[in-house]
Design a protein. Structure first.
Lengths: 501, 432
């Protein structure tokens, strides 16, 4: 029904625009061996070209044989993303020349991908939303180029085929994402889902690569026409390799495109590269866009018939289910449950420490710990659950104040961040003398404060309530926060003679 | 266990690489001299595929079939000459010079396994391995007067065979007689999980010459236009020998022959264009010029490294796969291929085997097929078996002008045993 640009049925409001984003996400599947050979995938600490064999080097005569585990992992992803697994899917050759491409083609999937038509729920800018998944397919990673002798003008380039043949899963979304923040949330949710499935390790360098398609359209246009407006071509931003990078690249692209639109320029569909270090996208040579990959079915592999297998796969608990369980089982708030389940390691950490007191634990993990970790750019895997349990225990038993607990946590995290052995929270409390002062001690301090500030005592007696706050502050200062302000307040009221009138 | 001293002269240029002292072990092939076509990977022995671009390439691994040969004690005497990457019907397209036909050195041995055929025909080795993409075993077997067999697709692992056209080619045995073919089949047909197209169907057969009641189909197309009448009548005589041995001869038709050749060439060129992409100067052959840009240097390496026929087929294959043409060529070729297979299964519901000439003519004179199209046309009788993946054998069947003629017998999918029986009966019948 809808016509292209200039449709009279469509009235664009000046300046009212929306951002249309679709993502292509490539993740390395965390199998022990490569997609088509028996080489180990654990190459990151080893020398170049040490995890290679005739198959992943693409030596003449070698043949690929599909790693069943990789297919199983991919099927888990397809199922978790609510996709339809095709009755018959097949591998195809994607032909192009590049030095990191050992065979002159990449074994990928083309017109018969593993699975299609899925979706993932995410928290959108306006509440929960569904992002549709177009397709999920498997392919092999190419090798890696190492440029030597200066980053800008390398003298020569070496090729490392350790990465060649690592199984990748590519997930393509429909253009359902409307902001860089949503893109980031989608990726976080996707990462969490993949990690819950046990098929992906986001900590591994180079394990994620994203290409993002983005255009700016008059609001409602895209939905009405199913495509972008004439002169509002989309940009495919390639080469994004981090979660933060996606948000940065898209934000940059929006500004760039808006500026061009404001100047009345047409936007042609184009490919750009994201330069992570500079946070900008740069134009690619147009040749890359004209690439004809000459796909055809890989004659060395037989078609995959795995839809029955997929039906038999039982998925583990996924983030949404775990979030609901955290609310039911531990009484977590919606926000805490969402934060705690948004990362597999955090969820598992929480479950290890929740027994002390689920609510205290939820607050302290979701709010305090994650904030402190984020500040230090640290991973929760570094934190020992038993230490954290000890800390929560001291809080629950009222041995230390919240303020002291934060201090202890910071000390421990700083020690960990420096790569030191951290001390146990209890010894940290003892060393810094952070244990709550016993009531006797408190009375002594209060008396001392009252002696030092007779005027304030007098003022309170005369009915000036703010004098009490002053005295509480003095006590807190003297105890360096080891006491609970509420306790001080209560005790002061008991000790001080009643106020006037 | 022992050493096979290999010093026989090679006047026909059958070998690219020779092993003067080949070790051998115990087993079914203990001490049997075997030559291996140079597109089959041999650990520690240069494997060039008849191409300059692979000169000096020494594989670090053995092809599955080579492992099997070694395990059964064979003495591998060397690597035989071939058309570059298997692309040819004469073994003239080799960077290492043409191989000559031992029956007449003015003539070609056929191809692309011409070196293997000449090595067997001249008595340098007892057996050889060839590879057959569209007739590359059967053609030289026919031209040189030996037996050559293309097994059912999937029966012999292709692991280690440098691919030309993956979906069509098979490694197969070449020998002076059918019992040796049978012996070699018993060794080669061992399932290999590294080849996803490998089927589990070990050959454990002993040839049986009794063909009473066997139904032999003879497609009219195999005696049609382009077939030398002298070859046709020689082969008909061979077929009547089968009749005298108790077989029933039934003429039939194979209409898909009209487009079999086109389907074959589109398929093999397309696959070849992709298979040969890995030869870009990064890993094999003389290194690319580092002073040049990547695009320039790899194009230069491929231009200088490949021979003319290879460049022609790579370019045609690239074209056939390119967007906008894929449907017209590659996809069409695949549907034509299914028609060929359907023709075979229809015929095999009526007859047990099909028989006809292997090649339309006797061996060409050197340089005679300078026009590529006329060379392509000479594959017309051999490509149908590759397109359908069925077994086919060529056995010597008399002579024309003093040159050998081959009788081709094709069988049902995975009925290699039956094909060998008929060839054996014929061979016995001729010598009786
Ligand atoms: Zn490998």
């Amino acid at each position: 029904m809808s016509s292209v640009s200039g449709s009279p049925a469509f009235q664009a409001v000046e300046g009212d625009e929306e951002v249309i984003i679709g993502l292509e996400v490539h993740c390395q599947l965390d199998t022990k061996t490569k997609l088509f050979c028996g080489c180990s995938t654990d190459y990151r600490d080893d020398g170049p070209n040490t995890h290679v064999c005739p198959i992943c080097l693409g030596l003449p005569g070698s043949l690929p044989a599909v790693n069943r585990k990789a297919v199983e992992f991919a099927l888990k992803v397809a199922k978790a993303l609510n996709c339809r697994v095709l009755e018959e899917s097949e591998f195809s050759r994607k032909n192009y020349f590049y030095p990191d491409l050992n065979k002159g083609f990449q074994i990928s999937q083309y017109d018969k991908p593993l699975a299609v038509e899925g979706w993932l729920r995410i928290e959108g800018d306006d509440g929960e939303k569904t992002v549709r998944i177009t397709r999920v397919h498997m392919e092999e990673d190419p090798g890696r180029l190492v440029h030597k002798g200066g980053a800008d003008r390398p003298k020569y380039t070496l090729v490392d085929y350790n990465r060649a043949g690592i199984p990748l899963i590519e997930m393509v979304t429909e253009p359902d994402i409307r902001s860089p923040k949503e893109a980031r949330r989608f990726l976080n949710k996707l990462r969490a889902t993949l990690e819950y499935l046990g098929v992906f390790d986001s900590e591994k360098e180079g394990s994620l690569r994203v290409d993002a398609n983005i255009s700016i359209q008059p609001r409602g246009w895209f939905e009405a026409h199913g495509k972008g407006m004439e002169g509002r071509g989309r940009t495919e931003v390639k080469n994004i390799s981090s979660y933060k990078g996606v948000e940065k690249a898209l934000t940059f692209e929006i500004t760039r495109q808006k500026n061009l639109i404001r100047r009345g320029q047409r936007l042609e569909t184009a490919t750009r590269h994201f330069v992570e270090t500079r946070g900008v996208t740069t134009a690619s040579r147009s040749k890359e866009m004209e690439q004809d990959y000459r796909y055809f079915p890989e004659p060395d592999l037989v078609p995959l018939r795995v839809s029955d297998w997929c039906e038999r796969i039982v998925l583990p608990e996924l983030p949404d289910a775990r979030q609901n369980r955290f609310m039911d089982e531990y009484g977590c708030s919606y926000n805490h449950a969402r934060t705690l389940t948004g990362d597999l390691r955090v969820a598992e950490f929480y479950e290890k420490v929740a027994a002390v007191d689920p609510r205290i634990a939820a607050t302290w993990v979701a709010d305090t710990l994650l904030g402190e970790l984020n500040y230090r750019d640290m991973n929760i895997a570094k934190v020992s659950p038993s230490h954290f349990i000890e800390l929560l225990q001291m809080l629950k038993e009222d041995v230390i104040t919240d303020k002291s607990a934060v201090e202890v946590l910071r000390v421990i995290l700083d020690q960990l961040a420096e790569g030191c052995q951290c001390e146990a929270p209890s010894s940290c409390v003892a060393r810094l003398n952070l244990a709550k002062t016993a009531d006797d001690g408190l009375d002594a301090v209060i008396e001392e404060v009252m002696r030092e500030h007779p005027q304030a005592v007098e003022d309170f007696h005369n009915g000036r309530k703010e004098a009490l706050n002053f005295l509480v502050g003095q006590v807190m200062r003297k105890t360096r926060g080891r006491v609970d302000p509420g306790d001080v307040n209560r005790r002061l009221r008991e000790i001080l003679p009643p106020g006037g009138t | 266990m022992g050493i096979f001293a290999f010093s026989a002269p090679d006047p026909c240029n059958a070998f690219i690489t020779r092993i003067p002292e080949a070790e051998y072990g115990d087993g079914k092939l203990a001490g049997v001299s075997i030559a291996v076509k140079d597109n089959i990977s041999t650990k520690g022995i240069q494997t060039t595929c008849g191409s300059k671009i692979l000169e000096g390439y020494v594989p670090p691994y053995d092809a599955h079939v080579v492992e099997l040969l070694r395990a059964e004690g064979a003495a591998i005497l060397g690597k035989t000459n071939m058309d570059e990457f298997g692309m040819g019907t004469t073994t003239e397209n080799s960077a290492y010079g043409p191989t000559l036909n031992p029956a007449d050195r003015e003539r070609v041995p056929g191809g692309s396994s011409g070196g293997s055929a000449a090595a067997v025909a001249s008595g340098m080795v007892r057996m050889a391995l060839g590879t057959d993409t569209g007739g590359s075993i059967r053609c030289p077997a026919a031209f040189c007067g030996i037996v050559g067999m293309k097994p059912t697709y999937g029966r012999v692992s292709r692991y280690g065979l440098v691919a030309y056209a993956n979906s069509l080619e098979q490694i197969g045995p070449m020998a002076a007689n059918v019992p040796d073919i049978s012996l070699l089949m018993g060794v080669l047909t061992c399932h290999d999980p590294r080849d996803s197209t490998s089927i589990i169907a070990p050959y454990t057969h002993t040839p049986d010459p009794d063909i009473h009641g066997l139904k032999v189909g003879v497609p009219e197309e195999y005696f049609g236009k382009g077939v030398d009448p002298r070859v046709a009548s020689t082969v008909w005589e061979g077929i009547s020998l089968l009749e005298r041995l108790g077989a029933e001869i039934i003429t039939c038709r194979m209409p898909s022959m009209d487009y079999a050749l086109a389907a074959y060439y589109v398929t093999c060129m397309s696959e070849a264009s992709s298979n040969l992409a890995r030869f870009d100067g990064v890993r094999y052959g003389p290194p690319a010029d580092p002073k040049k840009q990547w695009h320039e240097s790899f194009q230069e390496r491929r231009r200088d490294g490949f021979g003319k026929e290879v460049r022609r087929r790579v370019m045609l294959g690239t074209f056939a796969l390119s967007s906008g043409y894929y449907g017209k060529y590659y996809a069409k070729a695949q549907s034509a291929r299914r028609n060929v297979a359907a023709d075979f299964s229809r015929l095999f519901s009526e007859v047990d085997v099909l028989a006809g000439p292997t090649m339309p003519t006797i061996a060409f004179r050197l340089g005679e097929k300078s026009d590529p199209l006329s060379m392509y046309l000479s594959d017309i009788l051999t490509v149908p078996a590759n397109l359908a993946g069925v077994p086919a054998i060529s056995v010597p069947c008399g002579k024309v002008d003093g040159m050998p003629v081959g009788l081709q017998i094709m069988g049902r999918w995975c009925a290699d045993e039956r094909v060998i029986d008929v060839a054996y009966a014929f061979e016995e019948g001729v010598s009786a």
